[in-house]
Design a protein around this ligand. Structure first.
Ligand code: OOG
Ligand code: NI
Length: 461
């Protein structure tokens, strides 16, 4: 009996979604094509450098998707489906007070956590959950109607969840069941042909387009699928020259001469898609909704909590200078702030403990007794730091991506009373652990330091 193992299931699922999304949103295929061109160009320039943040095989297959659900019960089911694919809830993002625009959701990302699994296929899905209890968005009456609507719907057929549980427990599925699982899983993320109740949808949309996209329809759908590129500035220009209008900025760190850190993303709005609408008089018409889009990203080194604090302070500094000098433009100001505040080399990031690295002992190293301190080991040529790629998301970019693809700004009505939510709450709500990304990066670094210590005969690393 052939068994399709977890990592192969994940790779096949990512591939299935890619085919599905390409058929539903043709501009996605253009984006993938241009991404491949960009990546080949970067590989030709300097292959070794291009592969420092992951092999070209990994990067070429790499995608993240995004879905949105309404309740903890639905999120727990999503966790079972992704559990079957070796993807664990990682990170907590609260987008309700995000700039530039608050979004009534909290989010996590399902992803593989182990370096070897990430290398096999790093597929991840940014997953957001509506917070109908948040009084800043929804009053009591609307909350009650939203909950009733969400509780009555079924996003995933029982058979899919049953196969998911089996796949997770047995770390794979027999070929025939794997095929059934993949069919059911892909189908539950496709755009539904069910008519959308126009009055209900529009009521929610007046508060938030995201609320309408989640609570105004009876199913969920993948709303974007993001390839990874090695040069996002090249990608941006190449897409524009093919006549695809991108949003007006690349989100996240600016382009600059120093190390690539965290995550840079940009997107474009997909076309309106025809959707069946149920009108107030009961008739069904064909309307249009614009809920899906294209996005692309470039990834750099993961930052430590200290590095992340510095990053957040730099973003605040950019905002401040920009408000005093809007005519200078964000990219130029950001580059200036970065030059002033962020070390210009990876080694310095490592020495100042601003980013995560693994360390390996150099074949060519000094004779004699190695020093005890990591900084001295690096400076004297005993060990070399290798950057750990950032595998997660940025809340501000996420909110920017949400906002730039909404038709209307929505309203918050000045209501008070946000429902408190955090990572432990989320974990409790889905009945599974939610990983803290920094703990994962720190553990990977520590494992490499332990190896270094053993190899060099140093206590503790
Ligand atoms: C998710 C937006 C966030 C990202 O890459 O930051 C995201 C959504 O639109 O549902 O995918
Ligand atoms: Ni995204």
């Amino acid at each position: 009996m052939t068994v399709i193992e977890t990592s192969e299931l994940r790779a096949r699922f990512a591939q299935r979604l890619s085919e599905l999304y390409g058929a539903e949103v043709p501009a996605y295929n253009t984006l993938v094509e241009v991404s491949h061109e960009v990546n080949s160009r970067v590989m030709e320039r300097d292959r070794a450098d291009a592969e420092r943040f992951g092999s070209i095989e990994r990067v070429t297959a790499e995608r993240h998707g995004a879905i949105r659900v309404g309740t903890p019960r639905e999120l727990a089911q999503v966790a079972r489906i992704f559990g079957a694919l070796g993807m664990e809830a990682t990170g907590f993002y609260d987008l309700r007070d995000a700039k530039p625009q608050p979004i009534p959701v909290v989010s996590t990302a399902f992803r593989p956590t182990d370096r070897a699994e990430l290398a096999k296929n790093p597929f991840r899905v940014f997953t957001s959950m509506l917070v109908p209890e948040d009084r800043r968005f929804f009053d009591e009456d609307l909350e009650a109607r939203l909950r009733a609507f969400l509780e009555a719907r079924e996003l995933f057929p029982p058979r899919l969840l049953e196969l998911a549980d089996r796949a997770e427990a047995e770390r794979g599925l027999a070929a025939e069941q794997a095929a059934e699982f993949l069919d059911l899983a892909a189908a539950s993320f496709a755009l539904s042909a069910e008519p959308v109740d126009r009055t209900w949808y529009e009521e929610l949309e007046s508060i938030s387009g995201v609320a309408a996209d989640i609570g105004g329809v009876t199913s969920t759908h993948i709303n974007h699928l993001t390839p990874r590129v090695l040069d996002i500035d090249d990608l941006y220009a190449s897409m524009q020259s093919r006549g695809i209008t991108m949003i007006d900025a690349i989100q996240g760190p600016p382009r600059w001469d120093g190390p690539d850190v965290l995550l840079r993303q940009t997107s474009f709005r997909a076309l309106a898609e025809p959707r069946k609408m149920r009108e107030p008089d009961g008739s069904v018409t064909t309307g249009e909704l614009r809920v899906r889009f294209g996005e692309v990203e470039a990834r750099g080194v993961a930052l430590t909590p200290a590095g992340r604090d510095l990053y957040d302070r730099m973003v605040a500094a950019v905002d401040k200078r920009l408000s005093a000098r809007p005519e200078a433009g964000r990219p130029a100001i950001a580059e200036q702030v970065w030059r002033e505040q962020l070390p210009e080399s990876e080694v310095e990031l490592a020495l100042r403990d601003l980013a995560y690295f693994t360390f390996s002992v150099n074949d060519a190293r000094p004779d004699g007794t190695p020093p005890q301190r990591l900084a001295a080991l690096i400076e004297q040529g005993w060990v070399t730091p290798e950057p750990i790629v950032y595998e997660d998301f940025l809340p501000r970019s996420a909110a920017g991506i949400f906002a730039s693809n909404l038709t209307s700004a929505g309203s918050m009505d000045g209501l008070q009373g946000g429902a408190p939510r955090d990572l432990p709450w989320l974990s409790e709500a889905i009945g599974r652990p939610v990983n803290d990304p920094s703990e994962l990066y720190a553990a990977e670094r520590q494992a490499s330091l332990n190896e270094v210590a053993q190899k060099l005969g140093i206590d503790g690393g």
